[in-house]
Design a protein around this ligand. Sequence first.
Ligand code: GLV
Length: 319
Amino acid sequence: MAKNVLISSSLPDTAMKLIPADVTLDVHRGERPLSKPELIARLRGKHALVCQIIDTIDDEVLSAEPGLRVVANVAVGFNNIDVAAARRRSVVVTNTPDVLTETTADFAWALLMAAARRVVEGDHYARSGQWTRWDFNLLWGNDVHGKTLGVLGFGRIGRAVARRALGFSMRVLYHDAVRADAAVERELRATFVDQATLLGEADFVTLHTPLLPETRHLIDERTLRLMKPSAILVNASRGPIVDEAALVRALGEGWIAGAGLDVFEEEPKIHPGLVPLTNVVLAPHIASSSCDTRIAMASLAIRNCLAVLEGKPPITPVP
Ligand code: GLV
């Protein structure tokens, strides 16, 4: 049986080498992503699509090819795919959990540390030529060790972020729709609290929830005002979980002290009010972008795609 696969953006060689010779490939190698009409046209005659979070896979795209059997997203998040529509059409949807957990948690910590200790401001200052003598009063930041970390969303990544806090002797509070097992709470020394308590007590609030209708603007004016004026917000999950306009006011008017953001409401656009602020560290959605992890993500997406094409169960179907 024919196996025709569309890959919407080029993938590393290590992953591409997993694809056997009997698979016919169509790889989009352009700088810009495929537009919706291009995606629909290229999908015709394909049995599988390997796509990225910048590709919107809605019902119209899925309807382009009745023979489509699998959409393999090269990401853990899958809010770019209409999963219900895929199910109706018997198209399997897969994502890439686990392989990026630790790398993403590392980066959430990089943002937390950079915002707390003003690393980016220090970098700009050191390069600027303004640094003429050691200065006792220069760039005082916030301590991290011994403080309270609040983790909103206690899945794989949230827990990996919490585990790192043990090394900084932090108190860890978490909130999630589902409370973790007592063994997990013990191991991570994490305490389940309601969201308002977490926001009110945490020195650092880090977001690790998926983007769902109920998590959109979870952090808005009301919830930002619950945070301490000394608190720092970290978002390495999905941009629309934070109301960026409210965050701009919170950072500008001192409702909170700072933020570290890897994700934005309308990527790649960044709210213009964020750009001039020195108390926010901005990154271009790179939390899982280490060499090893990007290869692991691409390889898992390819293996998911091949499994379905071979009539086997996918390795990591979306829940
Ligand atoms: C990246 O944002 C991912 O969902 O893997």
